[in-house]
Design a protein around this ligand. Structure first.
Ligand code: HEC
Length: 213
């Protein structure tokens, strides 16, 4: 056997050890780089993720804004009565949704969640937020109006709906948080609260009137 052949076999044998060593290493060591991906299919393709830059557009935003005037399906909101509380340009005095005992109860529940912290459970204005803010005596808190004062009792339904939707003076808007129908149910409950404070004997069922007298 020529001397050179012996060396060649030795070198080849040593080189044959390299792949298993690399594989063993790859199995044992963590890497921050993605694994080797020979056939890519469509797993990897150029794309922009949220908040990344894209020089293709003049403003370099990869996240595009909706085309101005875009309206999502079913979100046209062209019903003035339902969405703005107006009929013929005036605050409505009728409800655009059905008001039943069950729905007033839902209005009560929503009221207690969203409004009672300021307006109080009875709507008189002594919610815990207001009580606390007044006790701090910082002089910056405007207490919520009582629903039972003349000015608020005489507001049209649409006006109260608008107050909830867009806020009024120092009261913030709740339109973004409360769905439209629920806002109307809250209006009905505000009316129920107002009526409860100013009820007359005629509001009591006849069979109970005698007992109250
Ligand atoms: C963060 C406290 C706060 C919350 C919560 C709040 N309000 Fe008010 N609300 C006020 C304040 C303050 C006023 C008086 C604003 C003023 O006079 O500047 C007011 C006024 C009102 C008025 C009378 C407005 C008028 O002049 O006719 C109505 C009605 C009313 N709120 C309804 C609601 C309803 C319904 C909710 C629940 C969806 C609600 N508010 C939630 C603070 C609040």
């Amino acid at each position: 056997m020529p001397k050179g052949l012996g060396y060649a076999i030795l070198i080849l044998a040593l080189m044959a050890l390299i792949p298993p060593v690399l594989i063993a290493r790859a199995r044992a060591v963590r890497s921050g780089r993605p694994r080797v991906h020979i056939i890519r299919d469509m797993d990897n393709q150029p794309k922009r993720k949220a908040q990344q830059l894209n020089p293709l557009f003049a403003d370099h935003r990869a996240m595009r804004r909706p085309v101005p005037g875009t309206v999502a399906r079913g979100e046209l909101r062209d019903d003035d009565h339902l969405y703005r509380g107006k009929v013929g340009g005036k605050w409505t005095t009728t409800y655009p949704v059905d008001i039943t005992g069950v729905s007033i109860r839902r209005g009560q529940e929503r009221f207690n969640i969203f409004c009672a912290p300021c307006h109080g459970l009875d709507g008189a204005g002594s919610g815990s937020v207001s009580v606390r803010a007044l006790s701090l005596q910082e002089g910056t808190w405007i207490p919520p109006l009582s629903f039972h004062q003349e000015q608020v009792r005489e507001r049209a339904l649409g006006h109260v709906f608008n107050t909830i939707t867009n806020g009024i003076r120092t009261m913030p808007a709740y339109g973004p948080q409360i769905p439209t129908e629920d806002r109307w149910l809250i209006v009905s409950y505000v009316r129920a609260l107002q009526r409860s404070r100013n009820a007359t004997l005629q509001d009591v069922p006849p069979e109970d009137r005698e007992r109250i007298r």
